[in-house]
Each structure stands twice: as C-alpha cells, then as structure tokens.
Design a protein around this ligand. Structure first.
Ligand code: DQA
Length: 151
C-alpha cells in the first residue's frame, strides 16, 4: 500500500476560525478525517502534516522524494499557504526531488488579491487545484490514486 503525503503550510492550523467566509468553518482536524476516509477508500496510507516553517516543509519534501524513489509514496498534495506565492526554496525542493505533486488551494486564489495569482509551486506541480473548498483534498487524493493505478 502506497502512502500519500498531504503537506499543509503556514496558518492552515487556524482553519475553522481563520476567515471562515474564505476557508469555511471546518478545522484542520476535519480535513484530516476527510483525507483519512478517502485514502482508506482508495487503499492508500495517509501521512498528514502541517507546518508554519518553510524549512520543515522543505525537509518533508526531501523525505517524500526519497520515499517516492523507493516506491513507497504515491505522491504529495501540497497546500503551501502563503509560501506558494513567495518561496523559490520550495520550488527548488520540488524540482530537485522530481516528486509527483498536486498543488492545492482551498480558495480560488485567482479570484482573490493579485499577489495570490502567482505561484512558485505551479511550474513544478503535476496539477493544480483551487477553489473546491476542503473537498479539493478528497478530489486530489482520488486524482493521485488514479495516477498511481489508472482505471
Ligand atoms: C491558500 C491560499 C493562499 O493564498 C493563502 O496564503 C493560504 C491558503 C488556500 O488554501 O486557499 O494560506 O493556500
């Protein structure tokens, strides 16, 4: 059984209380429960993480790259939060590992402030999802499952 790493970046620990009109009322624990159910349904193991620290996220990407090379990881779903729009270091880490990675945003970043329109992650992502609310995590897991085991 392969693992899916779901990596959440800064401020996503505040889900539920942070701008609920934009991000919804559900907490990160609710997101994890949803992801766990969807991974079970797809015969995937879930590794669910959140960090407010860029370096911790980069270390997690490197670790995921090694796991993918070893054949134990299906891929990564990354909600890099605001680091999406600022981090050349995350871009380089993803590129350097050659990971299968889906970029995910709960909100439709393209319908928001201009500074959210540029992503350093998109050029090194396999696919991008934005604006589906927290259900986007479920859709992204299904997409990774299909990439791993196409129907
Ligand atoms: C986000 C969008 C980002 O612009 C923002 O900085 C976040 C969350 C989203 O999930 O919609 O922290 O990635």
């Amino acid at each position: 059984m392969k693992t899916v790493l779901i990596l959440n970046g800064p401020n996503l620990n505040l889900l539920g209380t942070r701008e609920p009109a934009v991000y919804g009322a559900q907490t990160l624990a609710d997101v994890e429960a949803l992801c766990s159910a969807v991974c079970n349904a797809h015969n995937l193991k879930l590794d669910f993480r959140q960090s407010n620290h860029e370096g911790v996220m980069i270390d997690a990407i490197h670790e995921a790259g090694r796991a993918q090379a070893a054949g134990t990881l299906a891929g990564v779903i990354l909600n890099a939060g605001a680091y999406t729009h600022t981090s050349v270091a995350l871009h380089d880490a993803i590129k350097g590992t050659g990971l299968t990675l889906i970029e995910l945003h709960i909100s439709n970043v393209h319908a928001r402030e201009v500074f959210r329109h540029h992503s350093y992650v998109s050029p090194v992502a396999k696919a991008v999802m934005a604006g589906f609310g927290i259900k986007g995590y479920a859709y992204a897991i299904a997409a990774l499952a299909d990439m791993t085991n196409p129907v």
